[in-house]
Design a protein around this ligand. Structure first.
Ligand SMILES: Cc1ncc(COP(=O)(O)O)c(C=O)c1O
Length: 382
């Protein structure tokens, strides 16, 4: 099997699962309980937080555990809206965000907030000058993803941050779900970023884990009210096994990050080089520094994305149609639509997303299978 769908999810690694299992069996107390079992669990939770903070060079109190990327996105956006609604009701975001951001914005629009959706160029990238032009006295939040999940574009986060230095009251959130472990910490944790959202299952941690980086000076409203857990920002008994396992997954990921990114780059280059030889193939992701190394989106124009996905599946090669969330809903790829790619081309798009376990030999196998499949598809296209 060749698993090229790592942006959708990753397999939990055995060492990480071992931690989850051990903590579940041995340190299962409620961190809020006063007795020894509770205290041990509390201490482990804080150690996990501390470890994550250290790995990203932030303060432990700036790491808030969540259940994943969608929760983090919803919380920061709606939590900002709730906390700052008296100062303004205007929000700026891009037109290529993940559905967790996009649909949070839509909900806020229904509640009377105004949202500016910034356009993107033909690489799916916003222009920082458009952020500057969109800022109003009542703007409370700018939310821009670090790496696009459909085609891998890296957004100009540092440049937007520079602009926002002149507007210190505006919250700046970065959806960093596709950026973690990809050599992009300098961008994600650049000094003007106030919030960044992360999801554990994208880096071999268990489902239902994630965290938000929240700059200590910034205040937002909780989305889950409860017993005061996570500094009163996220009620509910903490997921000690999951959070400890996630901390381990991050440590393991960080140990190999540079080598992983380099290997992903080589794999991506090899496949792009091959795909570029075919007249009916359109490659949307580039192999340059403007794109994350792990995402490669292309289309065989004239063959629908799901047909391509299933054809590769026959050879035990797993890809997806752009983003996993939209792939079963028959919606056109929103990033490609924002890039003004015609719908008949966008609906042919498929995404390869690489991870730390992929190899150059898999790229070679992919290219070989591609040749075979293309020969068959060509009969339909021509
Ligand atoms: C950019 C981006 N943001 C948010 C999410 C949602 O993350 P989760 O699946 O953990 O809710 C994803 C998932 O694919 C994503 O790619």
């Amino acid at each position: 099997m060749i698993y090229f769908d790592n942006s959708a999810t990753t397999q939990v690694s055995p060492e990480v699962l071992q931690t989850y299992d051990t903590v579940s069996q041995k340190i299962w107390g409620n961190p809020s309980s006063l007795h020894q079992l509770g205290e041990t669990s509390w201490n482990l939770l804080q150690q996990s937080r501390q470890q994550i903070a250290q790995l990203f060079h932030v303060k432990p109190g700036e790491i808030i555990f969540t259940s994943g990327g969608s929760e983090g996105d919803n919380w920061v956006i709606k939590g900002t809206a709730l906390a700052k609604r008296e100062f303004g009701k205007h929000i700026i975001t891009s037109s290529v965000e993940h559905a967790a951001v996009r649909n949070s914005m839509h909900q806020l629009e229904q509640l009377g907030f105004e949202v500016t959706y910034l356009p993107v160029d033909d690489e799916g990238r916003i222009n920082p000058a458009d952020v500057k032009a969109a800022i109003r006295p009542d703007t409370i939040l700018v939310s821009i993803m670090a790496v696009n999940n459909e085609i891998g574009t890296i957004q100009p986060i540092a440049e937007v941050g520079e602009i926002l230095k002149d507007h210190p009251r505006i919250h700046f959130m970065v959806d960093a779900v596709q950026a973690i472990g990809k050599g992009l910490d300098d961008i994600v944790f650049s000094d003007r970023v106030d919030f960044a959202t992360f999801s554990g299952h994208k880096f071999h941690a268990p489902r239902g884990t994630g965290f938000v980086y929240k700059k200590s000076s910034r205040q937002i409203a909780p989305l889950i009210d409860g017993g005061g857990q996570e500094q009163g920002l996220r009620g509910g008994t903490e997921n000690t096994p999951g959070d400890a396992a996630m901390a381990k997954a991050i440590r393991l990921m960080k140990e190999n990050e540079a080598a992983t990114v380099q290997r992903e780059k080589t794999i991506k280059e090899k496949i792009i080089q091959h795909l570029s030889e075919f007249p009916h193939v359109k490659v949307f992701s580039k192999a340059d520094d403007g794109f994350a190394a792990h995402v490669l989106c292309f289309a065989i124009v004239g063959v629908r994305g799901e047909t391509v996905v299933h054809a590769f599946e026959e050879h035990e090669i797993y890809l997806s149609t752009t983003s996993a969330c939209s792939s079963k809903k028959d919606t056109e790829a929103s990033t490609l639509a924002a890039m003004k790619v015609p719908q008949n081309v966008a609906e042919c798009a498929v995404r390869i997303s690489l991870g730390d376990q992929n190899t150059l030999a898999e790229a070679e196998k992919f290219n070989q299978v591609f040749d075979e499949l293309y020969a068959g598809f060509k009969k339909i296209i021509d």
